[in-house]
Design a protein around this ligand. Structure first.
Ligand SMILES: [Zn+2]
Length: 296
């Protein structure tokens, strides 16, 4: 279902997500929202946040699974695609090049170059290579949500809607003004359609820098999701909360190993923190002064 160039999930079906959620719950994980991860992380269990990027319509298919297990998920939407009902640019390139007989390697190289291009450059490329009609939505499994569907999703108490810019823009390639505009345009659209202003952004393709963080914070965002494959500690600074790590979904046949690896890493991390804490609060053995002098 939901695809992203950096988080390829092709071949995932609803049943895949059901198995993932089931397995994670059995291993003791607790599914939470990004807000909970920052302000109220569970003490008793490692927290997991499920995210989907881009705003594909097939995100709707996972709602019954979320309901079945009562777990939340966050969907990041590139809003111009919803507003204009256009195919995502990478799907346009892929299906047209396949039709022209290009091999997967050649298509991958073209996509790779475009992934480091501005929305304007990408649009010019599509117009030159395939013409204006190429942007039309052609298949149901590749289309963006409609505004109505987005509203339906946002009304589900288990769904969090986040910002993925207006045009899926690789923000650091733009001027500060244009980058800020990509973020605020998506904020405004999402607020108008869903009635809520997002608090969380997923940087398209994972690219951001300090200027982008500043622009996002100015737009009212307090949580930023990258594509850096790492788990996140609690008690992050405001700046740290704007650059959370995120693991790509594992091979569907390998959920167990992936989740066990995550849990092991978190346990080791927690054990290390607990040890550091204990050293910090205990006075030194030969320390007859106040606790304020004790340090690790
Ligand atoms: Zn994306």
């Amino acid at each position: 279902m939901a695809k992203d160039l950096f988080l390829p999930q092709e071949g995932f079906v609803v049943e895949t997500y059901r198995r993932f959620i089931d397995e994670a719950l059995n291993l003791g994980f607790k599914f939470i929202t990004p807000e909970q991860a920052i302000s109220d992380p569970p003490q008793e269990a490692p927290g997991l946040v499920i995210t989907f990027d881009d705003g594909y319509a097939d995100g709707l298919n996972i709602l019954p699974v979320l309901k079945e297990y009562g777990v939340p998920a966050t969907f990041f939407v590139s809003t111009d695609y919803v507003r204009d009902q256009m195919s995502f640019w990478w799907d346009v390139v892929y299906r047209n090049r396949r039709r022209q007989g290009h091999g997967d390697d050649k298509i991958a190289a073209e996509l790779h170059a475009l992934r480091h291009s501005t929305p304007l450059q990408i649009n010019n490329h599509l117009m030159t290579a395939f013409g204006p009609s190429s942007l039309a939505v052609v298949t149901d499994d590749e289309r963006p949500l409609t505004a109505q569907e987005l509203q339906t999703m946002a009304n589900d108490p288990l769904v969090v809607i986040g910002n993925h810019t207006a045009e899926h823009a690789v923000l650091p390639l733009l001027t500060r003004t244009d980058a800020a505009q990509q973020i605020t345009r998506a904020q405004d659209y999402l607020r108008d359609v869903t009635g809520r202003t997002p608090s969380v952004i997923s940087y398209p393709n994972g690219y951001y820098n300090a200027d982008i963080i500043a622009a996002a914070v100015s737009a009212g965002l307090g949580i930023g999701i990258t594509t850096q494959p790492r788990s996140n500690r609690p008690n992050l600074s405001a700046f740290g909360a704007m650059q959370l790590g995120r693991h790509a979904p594992p091979n569907a046949n390998n959920f167990s190993a992936f989740l066990r690896g995550l849990r092991k890493a978190l346990q080791l991390n927690n054990a290390w923190r607990a040890y550091r804490e204990s050293r910090r609060v205990l006075p030194r053995q030969n320390d007859c002064g106040g606790g304020d002098r004790a340090s690790a």
